[in-house]
Design a protein around this ligand. Structure first.
Ligand SMILES: Nc1c(C(=O)O)ncn1[C@@H]1O[C@H](COP(=O)(O)O)[C@@H](O)[C@H]1O
Length: 162
């Protein structure tokens, strides 16, 4: 059994540069995770197994990124009650609006917490996962509070200051 608390899954190797942002955020915050390529379209059996075993393997949050006809996050949400955070990967043809619409409008009963398109969405997915885990992990809560305070402190008051 892996000790990962967060599963970062993506439809393709080509999603990794985007999804790496989620992984880096979890590294920064000291959260254990695993990374996998899982595709509803190309590896449906892998998706089935991943969703079926997510709870027993101790996963508490799944971050799922996909582009285009991005069915992966929703299908994963159908297969497991582990909360799924969806990341719409930016696409060349339609700029990621296709990914966003594919992920965000889930039917009642099977929610996906949908982030912004692209790298910011992936980083925020890492933060969202950490926030969920921090509810039951005071040390992580402190690290997350410190990270947020540091970000606030880094924002200048004066836009002309360099
Ligand atoms: N949207 C999905 C799914 C899925 O939702 O199951 N599987 C792969 N893909 C997406 O296809 C895009 C192009 O993939 P390739 O670069 O491998 O052709 C990727 O953004 C991937 O997430």
């Amino acid at each position: 059994m892996s000790d990962a608390k967060v599963g970062i899954i993506m439809g393709s190797q080509s999603d990794w540069p985007t999804m790496q942002e989620a992984a880096e955020m979890l590294d920064t915050l000291g959260v254990r995770y695993e990374t996998r390529i899982v595709s509803a379209h190309r590896t449906p059996d892998r998706l089935w197994d991943y969703g079926k075993t997510a709870v027993e393997r101790g996963l508490q949050v799944i971050i799922a990124g996909a582009g285009g006809a991005a069915h992966l996050p929703g299908m994963m949400a159908s297969k497991t009650r582990v909360p799924v955070i969806g990341v719409p990967v930016q696409t060349k043809a339609l700029n990621g609006v296709d990914s966003l619409y594919s992920i965000v409008q889930m039917p009642r009963g099977y929610p996906v917490a949908t982030m912004a398109i692209g790298a910011a969405g992936a980083a925020n997915a890492g933060l969202m996962a950490a926030g969920i885990l921090a509810l039951n992990d005071p040390a992580l809560a402190k690290r997350l509070d410190d990270w947020r305070a540091a970000l606030s402190a880094s924002i200048p008051h004066d836009p002309t200051a360099s």
